[in-house]
Write a protein that binds this ligand. Structure first.
Ligand code: NI
Length: 171
């Protein structure tokens, strides 16, 4: 296991649309070492999600987890560790929620971002099986943020009001 180098805003790796991975490679277990490393990296930086382009890989993969202590501290739902490949989403209804977001590629900053309240996410799971789930609230936010990374977008692109952007620790 290894902690991977995380690309920061300004690095072109964050701005390219990533490619789908081959499902046969998932089924063959070829991505398991990468999944383990991405989860370890996400933990090391106390993130709740991490996508391929953030670790310099132009692949449609992201991992996620909201541990119990993070969920309590931030007042968001707990979410077991997992991975999605080749994920896309569509909104389930027009309703949006504006809430605070940060990103491991944009350290020390946060801002308010409107996201769909409910989405349907389609992708491929860790075994290479097609997966389709409906999620809402902060879980839907995490998945929208991570799919955006695989499309070459960061949350700043979604902010209608940059006056809410600020450092997470204000001295
Ligand atoms: Ni991010």
């Amino acid at each position: 296991m290894a902690i991977l180098k995380v690309a920061r805003l300004g690095h072109p790796a964050l701005r390219h649309k990533a490619s789908d991975v081959e499902v046969k490679d998932i089924k063959a277990g070829k991505f398991q070492p990468l999944i383990d490393d991405m989860i370890e990296t996400m933990h090391a930086y106390e993130g709740v999600g991490l996508a391929g382009p953030q670790v310099h890989l132009p692949l449609r993969i992201f991992v996620f987890e909201v541990e119990e202590r993070v969920a309590k501290r931030r007042g968001i739902p707990q979410l077991g560790a997992g991975v999605f490949f080749n994920a896309v989403y569509e909104p389930d209804g027009d309703e949006t929620i504006t809430d605070w977001e940060g990103c491991l590629s944009v350290p020390f900053l946060g801002g308010e971002v409107p996201r769909y309240k409910r989405i349907k996410l389609r992708g491929v799971d860790h075994e290479g099986k097609g997966a389709s789930i409906e999620v809402d609230s902060f879980t839907a936010r995490i998945f929208q943020h991570e799919v955006d990374h695989t499309d070459g977008r960061v949350y700043l692109d979604r902010m209608p009001d940059l006056t809410t952007l600020g450092y997470t620790i204000v001295l």
